[in-house]
Write a protein that binds this ligand. Structure first.
Ligand SMILES: Nc1ncnc2c1ncn2[C@@H]1O[C@H](COP(=O)(O)OP(=O)(O)O)[C@@H](O)[C@H]1O
Ligand SMILES: [Mg+2]
Length: 242
């Protein structure tokens, strides 16, 4: 039997009397790339932040590799890595110095050097890893941040809108990095409002709208179910139907 990296059951989040996440359930299998897709304000970031231990849930259950969020959030924190959508890096540092600084939170000595080496490899910035972050393009910055998130070796990587604001080529590169991360055995939960992207990248997707999960399945299953050619059309049909 496959281990579940993540199980989310009946998850809800109230902000005052606004229900931002409404009874959401889904699971992510080990080694899988699962994409949460939905329009702005759908509740993607709120969901990811609760799974990342940064935001308390109003109700529901979250289990990461068998650990319960209510009682074992410290254990969960050690297994996950979260990259916020608005993440930045210290601009005065070089890429290398930034990775070294961040690796220092996890280890020291040879172990830390190993983590940094992995980060340098994932970022794949060539000699520019020694340039100041302030000189990086948006695409280079995003690669550095993904490297930072993955280098400590999380079991579950949670990536919020990793390609938003990037041009086609940079977005393509980033998707390639995510694929290789998953191939190396890391489970990935990501969010995107780009329907094309989740179709290309994800093993399974969950469509979220107005805080509710309206559909989950593989891209192929969903397109077949609605007899359409694109995930965008699936979303339109499913959103209108409900
Ligand atoms: N800190 C907050 N306080 C109040 N409302 C919030 C807060 N964060 C998000 N929301 C609301 O919750 C809903 C879901 O937001 P969010 O999870 O950021 O959506 P997404 O990431 O899918 O764009 C939106 O209506 C948003 O305005
Ligand atoms: Mg968001």
């Amino acid at each position: 039997m496959m281990t579940d990296a993540l199980v989310v059951k009946n998850l809800s989040k109230m902000y005052g009397d606004h229900r931002a996440v409404d009874d959401v359930s889904f699971s992510v299998a080990e080694g899988e790339i699962f994409g949460l897709i939905g329009p702005n304000g759908a509740g993607k970031t709120t969901t990811l932040r609760m799974i990342s231990t940064l935001l308390t849930m109003t109700s529901g259950d979250i289990t990461v590799y068998g650990k319960d969020m209510r009682t074992e959030s410290d254990g969960i924190r050690k297994m996950i890595s979260y990259l916020p959508e608005d993440a930045g890096a210290y601009k005065d540092l070089t890429g290398y110095a930034y990775l070294t600084f961040m690796a220092g939170f996890f280890a020291n000595g040879a172990e830390m050097e190993g983590i940094v080496a992995r980060g340098v490899e994932i970022a794949n910035l060539g000699t520019r890893i020694d340039s100041k972050v302030s000189t990086y393009s948006k695409g280079m910055m995003r690669r550095l941040l993904i490297a930072r998130a993955i280098m400590p070796g999380p079991k579950l990587a949670i990536l919020d809108e990793i390609t938003s604001g990037l041009d086609v080529i940079n977005a393509f590169d980033i998707r390639d990095i995510v694929r290789s991360i998953a191939k190396s055995g890391v489970s990935v939960l990501l969010s995107s409002h780009n329907m094309f992207e989740v179709d290309q990248l994800c093993d399974r997707i969950g469509m979220i709208d107005g805080g509710r999960m309206i559909l989950t399945g593989t891209p192929a299953e969903l397109k077949e179910r609605y007899n359409v050619g694109t995930i965008e059309e699936v979303f339109i049909k499913a959103a209108v139907k409900r």
